[in-house]
Design a protein around this ligand. Structure first.
Ligand code: NZQ
Ligand code: ZN
Length: 388
């Protein structure tokens, strides 16, 4: 078991009646606040006005930048960074889902450098400081509200790349499950698939693990499996939305990965799908995950699949190990495609094999992905084909 350091400095306000603390938290960082948001849902649900009212109580000077795209673009990062520089912004308040928060993270870092923020993604350049970031989360999925990662697309180069820095971690995040009541059926399903994928990517990892972490991940997965259908059935079920929201944050805030060495592999494969076809991240993961699980199953990995099948899906432990493993994969696919109702193949969402070779090569950065296994471009291409 390897040594580790764990630090999540994000302060969380969780629950229905926490918004009264927003102004006081923002005011700690200064007077000028840039509110960032996406395509307008925050205005439609009346959240924007409530936030402005809270900030006005503290006499804060408000700037705004809307229009951040799902699969946020580098153009939005550049625009936001420029506003911060021009206006001398003291703090950024991101209101939205993972896309808005990710974009705001790289705005916060981009505001402090004199080079193009895309450099963070394609060179060795890393942030050395950032404008403080506070978030109000409106959708449970990516865990961006409590981590230092952010994924940005560059449509000019068909690239969607992740970058991680402790400097862009939100200082404070407000998690009110009620704000997720209006998330569509599709986005609720895709978000749930994303959370599950974060856990599966971490659970299926080479090298040592810890009983305590494995059991926690199994509990988080079972939380999604139990509550996502409840939220789909009744979008205003507070208990379901709360469980999903908190599980989302803990699935990817560093905790579950603390003693692991391997990287993720399904995510880089999906990011290529989003880069080339601008699809919803969680949907791409849902389509790839069962194929990815099938591809990785062999005698060497079997034990982990048995644990997964028995502890997460309740498969009969008395069955032969290979049968348990296969049933675990089947149940995962059933959950994603039947219970959550997500499309089950690339073909169903209009993706054919035209760019498979190029996407596979990019996912492997020309070499390989070091994940649960070492995936070559040929392996990645095979997983894409298995998902057609
Ligand atoms: O843009 P608006 O109008 O706000 O609408 C959004 C968007 O259309 C809508 N929405 C969000 N909250 C809502 C709502 N609609 C109604 N009511 C609400 N309360 O939902 C749509 C999707 O939003 P988005 O922010 O794109 O979704 P998500 O949170 O899934 O974020 C996806 C992005 O995060 C990246 C993904 O690659 C993708 O670009 N990821 C970030 C990670 C991280 N930072 O750690 C890890 C993830 O693996 C992932 O890669
Ligand atoms: Zn994800």
């Amino acid at each position: 078991m390897i040594d580790f350091i764990y630090e999540v400095p994000t302060k969380i306000y969780f629950g229905k009646d926490q918004m009264g603390h927003l102004g006081e938290e923002i005011a700690k960082f200064g007077k000028k606040v840039l509110i960032t948001y996406g395509g307008g849902s925050v205005k439609k649900i009346g959240l924007f006005d409530k936030i402005v009212a809270e900030l006005k109580k503290y006499d804060l000077e408000i700037f705004e930048m809307g229009g951040i795209e799902p699969n946020p673009r580098i153009g939005s990062v550049r625009k936001g960074a420029q506003i911060c520089k021009d206006e001398g912004i003291d703090v950024i308040l991101a209101v939205g889902g993972g896309s808005t928060i990710d974009c705001s993270k790289w705005i916060s870092a981009g505001a402090c450098v004199d080079f193009d923020p895309w450099e963070f993604f394609v060179t060795e350049a890393m942030p050395e400081k950032a404008v403080p970031l506070v978030t109000v989360l409106t959708m449970a999925a990516t865990g961006s509200e409590m981590n230092g990662g952010g994924v940005i697309s560059n449509p000019e180069t068909n690239e969607k790349l992740a970058c991680i820095s402790p400097f862009v971690k939100p200082k404070v995040s407000f998690l009110n499950p009620e704000l997720t009541y209006t998330v569509s059926r599709f986005q609720t399903a895709a978000g749930s698939a994303d959370i599950l994928s974060h856990l599966i990517e971490t659970y299926f990892n080479p090298g040592d693990s810890m009983y305590m972490l494995d059991s926690s991940m199994e509990a988080f997965m079972k939380t999604v499996i139990k509550y996502a259908p409840v939220a789909l059935e009744n979008p205003e079920d507070y208990e379901a939305r709360a469980n999903i929201m908190w599980a989302a944050s803990w699935a990817i805030n560093g905790f579950t990965r603390t003693c692991q060495v391997g990287g993720w592999s399904c995510h880089p494969m999906e990011h290529e799908l989003s880069a080339f076809y601008d699809i919803t991240h969680g949907l791409g993961l849902a389509i790839l995950t069962p194929s990815w699980l099938r591809f990785c199953l062999d005698e060497g990995t079997l034990d982990r699949y048995v644990k997964f099948g028995v502890n997460v899906w309740g498969v009969d432990p008395g069955l032969p190990p290979m049968e348990i493993a296969e049933k675990g994969i089947e149940k995962t696919a059933e959950f994603l495609f039947e219970t959550l109702g997500l499309d089950s193949s690339l073909t169903a969402i209009g993706i054919d094999d035209t760019h498979f070779a190029e996407m596979a090569n990019k996912a492997c950065k020309g070499k390989f992905i070091n994940g649960y296994k070492q995936f070559t471009p040929a392996d990645v291409e095979k997983i894409y084909r298995m998902s057609l």
